[in-house]
Design a protein around this ligand. Sequence first.
Ligand code: SF4
Length: 355
Amino acid sequence: MIFLPFLTVLTCAVAVEPVTLIASTVIVKSSLVFSWLSMIVAQVPSWLSLLRTDAASTFLQMSEPLAELASLASRLSSVATFAAAPAKPPALELLVGVSEQPPSASARHTPAAMKAREDTPESLRDKELATLAGEIEGCRRCARLVAWREQVARERRAAYAGETYWARPLPGFGDPAARIAVLGLAPAAHGGNRTGRVFTGDRSGDFLFAALWRAGLASQPTSRARADGLRLHDAWVCAAVRCAPPANRPTPQERDNCLPFSTRELGLLPGLRVIVCLGAFAWDAALRLLALAGRPIAPPRPRFGHAAEAAPLLGCFHPSQQNTFTGRLTEPMIDAVFTRARELAQTAPPAIGAA
Ligand code: SF4
């Protein structure tokens, strides 16, 4: 009997043992499985990352042949554009024979194709002229002339009271392929300084452009405003000083400040042969700008006169009212100058720019 409690406990222990063992086994195994699952879950992001990298790499590898195909297609498309050219490299003629068609719209409008089409010598020259024009229009170097051109614009003449004056310097105007340049003194306060185009909107301009029209160098005999439709053919008109000066008299310093603009502008006209100088001031300025451009006229210094010639210069009295009203300069006189200018334009060597 004394062993009865002990036997009872032992019996219970033996009975419970399998349950305990099973439970502990299940717990241990579950822990292991859970641990494995945790490890697996923890590795998923890196596997995914690797998977993505591999996939990207695989995609890139697969796309290389596609890129090659695209490049080949592009080259074949380029070859097709040779069809429009008058002469083709012999090796390409076989290919062109089977792809003789206009380039596709996309090929015509690729940046490279558009740039190649734009960058002609003419377009580059036009861009340079436009850039220079912007530079000229923004110039404020001569304090006296800046103050004057703006004062005139504020006060205005009664006849133009409702207009907004240009009140800035004036770039040249005309045909970039011109062989004949016409060089004046400076813009008129209520002419070019008002309208924004040289010799436009005043009596001097009326006389000059009518003469250019009779000579076949202008599309119409009048020059009223920048948007009046006037076109010049084979002619370029500009002034030695680009701002309107008080009393039409620039100082020597103002002339020298401004001459580099005319030198550069006329240097951008590769066909230029003749410079018609309107008055003694323009004649003197032209001699100086030729020296600036590295094309000085050999001494002795040629004197200005109406119809005077010192290649590439050709003199003409200025078409100011003072000259035209008094008969010092008549229409037949200025017509004879432009007739001579057209003759010289046929035979003279380039004046400044390369032909
Ligand atoms: S005159 Fe010529 S240099 Fe002087 S402010 Fe006018 S544009 Fe400039």
